[in-house]
Design a protein. Structure first.
Lengths: 515, 352
């Protein structure tokens, strides 16, 4: 297979801490705090406080875009409360608190043994019921992503972030599950080609996958190795590396016939189908300075980080930062009483030597290193300058929305500017501005429609007065569709004229200063 | 519950700092400086020391005036880089007030009045150089003849006396010491109606052209290029500006030289004389005042080369690198704007 190149990126070799140690089991904690997190909308709890639940029993139903949530162990629901979570999107979320009974009893669905011949709908329904989400970090519901057919299925095993090794461990130890899962997903989306991708530095995982694929071959399956270059595991970068094509802006990969799924997701999907197991745990890589037992742990979703770290041997002295996720894109956590969620692929326990010293930020010297490493081919330094000036038209001109927040620019910045934080803030600003603009446009339209109505009523009153008649029915003026369209057009024209005059005024001001 | 300080991603140690970037520039200057000392004596080092001294004085004063702390700003080494680059452009025997005035213009006006590090539009070293070039043309034209160290007549005491008094000791005079640079010679002699073949063939003035274009200067230029390669390797500069600048110089001068070698100097003479090589690797590559995009940098480098050649050919000054750099500095914001690269996925449509 021909391997293409993506723009920019960083070589982060030598920073991989995760040893391919066996995947160890983290025992369930006395209390699980299962986050009820949805992508959009919310998760509605479907069990009452005081209810007894079993491991794998559904406890939350999505309203909006989300996946079902399941209890991670058997026990009693004792509360539903707002707690801090380890998400980059939310600070708090409501979590279901389950007091474990120590029995850890499963409630499994019947296995679909004959999944090769089962209908797509049956399989999708099972993935939905089992609450399978993308385990690469985004935690997007798999059944929604798989609903559309795709020509090419890419199984992403290029995790690429320093400190994360869960996919590597999975591919070494459970290669069969990954391959079976790949076949399952390929069957669901009707893929003609399935590429399982690993970084070329993971030779042990490659060997394991190769032999698993030999034992369980399926049509169109292939194994590919890609350069170890961050952010190789980024969906769009991976697609470019394998197909040589860019995913068009504002489009989803499936619109060019490609679907990406994490290898862990495939394994979880296969367990849901072949064993009837809902998603109740995931593999988490724990890394850091001074840890007694770093490595990969199978952790119940909802396990507090404090408990997990206790199992790993407790906090080492002098911890400077606790991070959920990898070193490049992970979220720094304010404390350790935060539950592991389905998107959490790693925990980094970092000391002073592993992070930037709290030195003051220097101004941008436009050295251009950020331009060289940006995988989105942006001009990070120009974006930063325009964000500092609050110049949102220029920010849009420089395509802030194409930023994937990979952190390459901030890593190489000699001035230690937290660029990604600026871009996240900028994206928020732009979204809010768009929302405000839409609101004001809507009220402008309402105002124009009202004017039309008043005008028509006035005309009718004049007509009545001149004719001397009083037709009872025609009192209420009717607004037709064309009236509304005309009103919208008028308000647009007025807004444009206003903007033009504003711009002219600004330009002439600028000229005046120049002279 | 254990609590921690939070900070934005990425969570990695710093790879480099502004101080290290500027330090690399100073390191990269070492081979060129050694070569310049070889040909022009210890006055070169004295000029560098003076310029860095004044640059730091003005930097510190401006930081205080602007209400900024001295640390880390004074230690970012950007002022010493400005000082060193300026000092390499002035004759080794220049009096101390040349440095003082130039650094005042460079650090106070060109740098801090525009907002300090990273905010300046014009290359501070070149602003400083041009201010003194325009104000004291005679003092800046007194380049001694490039010669290996044994031939340096005046001693160290004479040198210090000259720098601090502005006058040569009674036993010396500038006319005997200094020699027209190749670019000066070409300009003056061509104006007097000589062809280049005649100028180069002249037994006295012809010597200064050396092997590659200008005696002594060509080797200094080579050592600057070596320093430039170090900067490229350290990724302090990008290849675009040097390649575009030197490439454009060759591209524009070769046809002219082929058509009429009597009027148009050898392309190599253009490359190896004056400040072109220093500019290609150290001055036009200044990221703050240059273009930020890859294509912008190519145009920037080509523009510096074209303007330099135009000034050398038709201008009143023998070398035009400093003017060319400042003129292109003006264009940098425009270049950045018209050369925005296509972002990933843009310009493509998904309905295929």
């Amino acid at each position: 297979m021909r391997i293409h190149r993506f723009h920019g990126g960083l070589k982060l070799q030598g920073r991989y801490g995760a040893a391919p140690a066996p995947i160890r089991d983290c025992p369930p904690p006395p209390r699980l705090y299962v986050p009820l997190l949805a992508r959009e909308g919310k998760i509605e709890p479907i069990v009452a406080i005081g209810a007894r639940v079993l491991r794998g029993q559904c406890i939350g139903e999505p309203r909006g875009i989300g996946a079902r949530v399941h209890a991670g162990t058997s026990g009693t629901v004792i509360a539903i409360e707002q707690r801090d979570v380890a998400s980059s999107k939310f600070v708090h979320a409501s979590c279901m608190v389950i007091e474990a009974d120590g029995q850890d009893h499963w409630q499994r669905s019947p296995a679909i043994d004959d999944w090769r011949n089962a209908s797509r709908e049956t399989l999708l329904a099972r993935l939905h019921d089992a609450g399978i989400v993308g385990l690469g970090g985004a935690a997007f519901p798999v059944d929604i992503k798989l609903a559309a057919p795709a020509e090419t299925l890419i199984l992403n095993g290029a995790e690429c972030e320093p400190g994360i090794g869960c996919d590597r461990a999975l591919m070494i130890e459970r290669a069969r599950e990954v391959v079976q899962g790949a076949a399952l997903l390929a069957r669901i989306v009707g893929a003609r080609q399935t590429i399982i991708v690993l970084e070329d530095s993971l030779q042990d995982a490659h060997a394991a996958m190769e032999s698993a694929l030999r034992l369980h071959p399926f049509e169109g399956a292939a194994l590919a190795q890609v350069p170890t270059r961050y952010p190789q595991g980024g969906e769009r970068q991976l697609i470019q590396t394998l197909t040589g094509r860019e995913v068009p802006a504002h489009c989803l990969p499936r619109e060019i016939g490609v679907l990406c799924q994490n290898v862990g997701t495939a394994a979880a999907a296969w367990r849901a189908v072949a064993h009837g197991e809902a998603l109740t745990s995931r593999i988490v890589s724990i890394n850091g300075a001074g840890l007694t037992h770093p490595g990969n742990y199978e952790v119940r979703i909802g396990t507090p980080i404090a408990w997990l770290l206790e199992q790993v041997g407790g906090f080492p002295p002098r911890v400077a930062r606790l991070v959920a996720g990898g070193a490049m894109m992970g979220v720094a956590l304010p404390h350790d009483d935060i539950p592991i969620d389905a998107g959490c692929n790693g925990i980094q326990v970092l000391d002073e030597s592993m992070i930037k010293p709290p030195a003051p930020e220097m101004p941008c010297i436009r050295c251009g290193e950020c331009v060289r490493v940006c995988p989105a081919q942006l001009l990070p330094q120009q974006l930063f300058a325009n964000l500092m000036r609050d110049d949102s038209p220029r920010v849009q001109l420089h395509k802030l929305d194409a930023c994937i927040e990979c952190g390459c620019c901030a890593t190489v910045c000699p001035s230690q500017i937290p660029l990604v934080a600026w871009y996240r803030w900028g994206k928020l600003q732009l979204r809010e501005q768009t929302k405000a603009r839409e609101l004001s446009q809507a009220s402008r339209v309402r105002f124009e429609i009202r004017n039309v109505r008043l005008q028509r009523e006035r005309e009718e009153r004049i007509a009545q007065r001149t004719s001397g008649e009083l037709p009872a029915e025609s009192r209420v003026a009717t607004i037709t569709k064309s009236d509304v369209l005309a009103a919208i057009a008028r308000s647009r024209a007025r807004r444009d004229a206003q903007r033009r005059s504003q711009r002219d005024r600004q330009n002439s001001d600028g000229d005046g200063e120049g002279q | 519950m254990t609590t921690f300080a939070i900070a934005p991603a990425p969570h990695l140690p710093a790879r480099t700092t502004v101080r290290r970037v500027m330090g690399d520039v100073l390191i990269a200057l070492v081979p060129g400086v050694v070569a310049q000392v070889w040909y022009f004596g210890f006055g070169v080092l004295a000029q560098i020391a003076l310029a860095i001294f004044f640059a730091l004085i003005f930097e510190s004063a401006m930081l205080r005036l602007r209400g900024q702390t001295q640390r880390p700003w004074i230690g970012d080494l950007s002022a010493p880089v400005t000082g060193a680059l300026f000092a390499l452009c002035v004759p080794a025997w220049s009096p101390w007030w040349i440095s003082c005035i130039a650094m005042f213009a460079a650090i106070v006006f060109a740098k801090h009045l525009y907002g300090g590090l990273g905010k300046n539009i014009f290359n501070p070293a070149m602003v400083g150089y041009l201010v003194v070039l325009l104000a004291f043309p005679l003092a800046l034209a007194r380049w001694p003849a490039p010669a290996p160290p044994t031939a340096h007549a005046p001693g160290f005491g004479d040198l210090l006396q000259t720098i601090f008094s502005g006058h040569l000791p009674a036993s010396q005079n500038f006319d005997a010491l200094s020699q027209a640079t190749p670019l000066d010679t070409v300009k003056i002699e061509a104006a007097r109606g000589y062809t280049l073949a005649e100028i180069r063939g002249n037994p006295v003035s012809g010597q200064i052209f050396g092997d590659l274009g200008s005696n002594g200067w060509e080797w200094i230029a080579n050592w600057y290029a070596v320093g430039g390669l170090y900067l490229l390797w350290r990724r302090v500069i990008h290849w675009h500006v040097p390649v575009a600048l030197l490439g454009t110089t060759i591209l524009l001068t070769v046809p002219a030289w082929i058509i009429d070698p009597d009027v148009n100097p050898l392309p190599l003479q253009h490359v190896f004389s004056g400040g072109l090589m220093l500019a290609a690797f150290f001055i036009a590559t200044d990221p703050v005042t240059g273009a930020a995009t890859p294509r912008g940098r190519l145009i920037f480098g080509a523009g510096v080369a074209a303007l330099t050649l135009a000034i050398r050919r038709w201008g009143a000054y023998p070398d035009g690198v400093a003017f060319a750099v400042l003129l292109m500095n003006c264009c940098a914001p425009l270049l950045d704007r018209i050369t925005i690269p296509r972002a990933y996925g843009y310009g493509l449509s998904c309905d295929e």
